[in-house]
Design a protein around this ligand. Structure first.
Ligand code: ZN
Length: 328
């Protein structure tokens, strides 16, 4: 039997130990190259785009640059997802390494313990890493002539605890006995290719998303769910009834199921509760991890930090701390 990829040497190129052995200068040099690849790490002003900046460290030693053109100050993380954070650079690198090393996901509580952060800071940091992963999926279209894609849906959130006494229990399948928080994650996954998740109230609401994101000429595999019947008019469809078999006459949704398997394990093993406004981010994380499951952990961490540096300040958490302080 061949060795599993994750156990092989090429899969392990970055360890947390090596991150902590790095000096501050080494961490800075690495981040500079990730942030400014086009100038090989030479600073580019985040205000005016000028290339003429000099080092002007803060009194506490933190790296800062001053632009000769506009006289403004900026740092390696200015204008990126990591902007306004107070962690040293090695902290981001360690967080990214830990996040990538956990193949199913990482709970905010665990990373707050690992790095000595508050729970809220860890929660926001991990969601920013998910936002970075999502950056890669922006505008993604899948399929095309001669390719095969699979679609499937799974429900998350809105758990209703059954009452203690049998006589008080209600039928939780009925809409009137649900919380309304239950949502469907729908995945499109090209075989041997990329994936793309989205969140809807029901599977049936995903049809226009599917038509917009799967190119014409793609052969779509789906299960027996009646929500997908309407797609027969647009695509060549292969259906498999899971009550009969998981794979029948070449039709199966195993690639899509693998995505849900990873997401369920993240839900049950790490997060316990993934629902509400952040559900899409957890789905995007699972999708990214599936797409890059055969990439070494070092390359994964490099990709995630590169995406975080490419993306502007957080959409999800812009003003988050201000809102929090208004509440408390
Ligand atoms: Zn400038």
């Amino acid at each position: 039997m061949s060795q599993h990829f994750l156990l092989s040497r090429p899969a392990k190129t970055l360890s947390l130990a090596s991150v902590f052995r790095m000096s501050d200068t080494e961490a800075e040099a690495m981040f500079r190259k990730v942030r400014w690849p086009e100038t090989d790490g030479a600073p580019v002003c985040s205000h005016c785009g000028g290339l003429n900046a000099y080092e002007c460290r803060r009194p506490n030693g933190l790296l800062r640059f001053r632009c000769r053109a506009c006289r403004e100050d900026f740092t390696i993380t200015s204008g990126t997802l990591f902007a306004f954070h107070k962690l040293p650079l090695r902290g981001y690198l360690a967080a990214t390494a830990i996040f990538c090393n956990e193949v199913k996901g990482k709970s905010a509580l665990a990373i707050s313990r690992d790095l000595g952060l508050s729970y809220k800071a860890a929660f926001v940091l991990l969601h920013k890493l998910r936002e970075a992963m999502a950056e890669e999926m922006k505008g993604r279209k899948l399929g095309g002539e001669g390719t095969v894609a699979e679609i499937d849906g799974g429900y998350f959130g809105g758990y209703v605890k059954p009452a203690n006494h049998v006589e008080n229990r209600r039928d939780r399948r009925l809409a009137c006995n649900q919380t309304g928080k239950r949502k469907a994650v729908v995945i499109i996954r090209e075989r041997n290719g990329r994936s793309l998740p989205a969140v809807f109230r029901t599977e049936g609401q995903a049809l226009s998303f599917i038509r917009a994101r799967i190119a014409k000429g793609t052969i779509i595999n789906a299960d027996e769910g009646s929500s997908w019947d309407a797609l027969h008019a647009t695509y060549e469809m292969k259906r498999v009834n899971h009550e009969e078999a998981y794979s029948l006459n070449g039709a199966c949704t195993n690639w899509a199921e693998e995505f849900f398997s990873r997401m369920r394990r993240a839900e049950q093993g790490h997060h316990h509760h993934i629902a509400g406004p952040y559900l899409l981010r957890y789905a995007q994380e699972a999708s990214w991890r599936e797409d890059h499951r055969r990439v070494s952990n070092g390359d994964q961490a490099h990709m995630v930090s590169g995406l975080a540096m490419k993306r502007g300040p957080s959409v999800d958490f812009c003003g988050y701390w201000q809102r929090q302080s208004l509440i408390h």
